[in-house]
Design a protein around this ligand. Structure first.
Ligand SMILES: CC[C@@H](C(=O)O)C(=O)SCCNC(=O)CCNC(=O)[C@H](O)C(C)(C)COP(=O)(O)OP(=O)(O)OC[C@H]1O[C@@H](n2cnc3c(N)ncnc32)[C@H](O)[C@@H]1OP(=O)(O)O
Length: 256
């Protein structure tokens, strides 16, 4: 199984469990996340959704390039990108607070998952970045749109996207992407972060989220996410992207 689900005292933790692939997202992870979101929408037993990665090296390294490299045309790419794009939109618009507990590197789509969450807690050693530019594509799961909606200064958000490189935890805090940088066990960081929120009735959380989501609907976030995905799908079929992914995959196989 590519993921683990744990539900304790109203906290549902979804852990991407593919350490050997730096927690890259495959179809199974997508389906697991979709299942969890459906459960939260249909039941009242979850107060917080936490997303994290197994181990300490990576939160998530984005889409599984070895699996998705077989998608060649824009249309094929759009199928995969919009599948995850829709899941991330559901995540971003959930009625419960969502927390990315960033235990290690978050790059590419991993950074998009984190940006789709309400809060980002980043381990001191973790580096995060929208490195898609190095693959000659843009964010393809809606992460660019969410980044511009998250209230970071526009120039900082844009620079993060076009730098296409991982930033260290302190920089992520300074630019307003990370809410906290933590040392020590991630479970303790999470517990400290939600201590006060836990004392507030869930209906209050839901109401505040609704206020924010009303703004998102007015700003047509969903339509903009789909436009973003279409742009990425177009770049996906370029020769530059194909070559960049081949370089990454052949680097991996030559090290064996
Ligand atoms: C598809 C959607 C798109 C989007 O919308 O954003 C994307 O997400 S594109 C994907 C973007 N992600 C990347 O380009 C990340 C590539 N990975 C890395 O840069 C590095 O692996 C790392 C995440 C910085 C970690 O580096 P390190 O700790 O040195 O580990 P290795 O590089 O040796 O990796 C170990 C192992 O894992 C495999 N791996 C890592 N990331 C991916 C990935 N995204 N897809 C598939 N496989 C991945 C890597 O190939 C190694 O495998 P083996 O050689 O078989 O051990």
């Amino acid at each position: 199984m590519s993921y683990k689900i744990d539900l304790k005292e109203g906290i549902l933790t979804f852990t991407i469990d593919r350490e050997e692939k730096r927690n890259a997202v495959n179809d199974e992870v997508m389906d697991g996340l979709k299942k969890v979101i459906k459960h939260i929408k249909e039941n009242k037993d979850v107060r917080f959704l936490v997303i994290t990665g197994a181990g300490e090296k990576a939160f998530c390294s984005g889409g599984d390039l070895s699996e998705f490299h077989s998608l060649k045309t824009a249309e094929e790419a759009f199928g995969m990108l919009s599948k995850m794009g829709n899941i991330l939109y559901e995540l971003a618009t959930l009625h419960v607070p969502t927390i990315a507990l960033i235990n290690g590197t978050a790059v590419g789509g991993g950074c998009e998952i984190a940006t789709a969450c309400d809060f980002r807690l980043v381990a001191r050693h973790a580096k995060c970045g929208f490195i898609q530019g190095t693959l000659a594509i843009t964010t393809g799961w809606g992460g660019g749109t969410y980044l511009f909606e998250r209230g970071l200064r526009h120039d900082r958000a844009l620079k993060m996207l076009i730098d296409a490189k991982p930033y260290d935890a302190q920089t992520l805090y300074d630019i307003g992407w990370a809410m906290r940088v933590f040392d020590g066990p991630k479970e303790e960081a999470l517990e400290a972060f939600i201590e006060d929120m836990k004392k507030v009735h869930p209906s209050v959380h839901h109401a505040y989220k609704e206020i924010e989501l009303r703004k998102w609907r007015e700003r047509n976030v969903y339509g903009r996410v789909m436009e973003e995905i279409r742009l990425c799908a177009k770049l996906w079929e370029s020769e530059e992207h194909e070559k960049a992914v081949e370089r990454f995959l052949s680097k991996s196989s030559s090290q064996k």
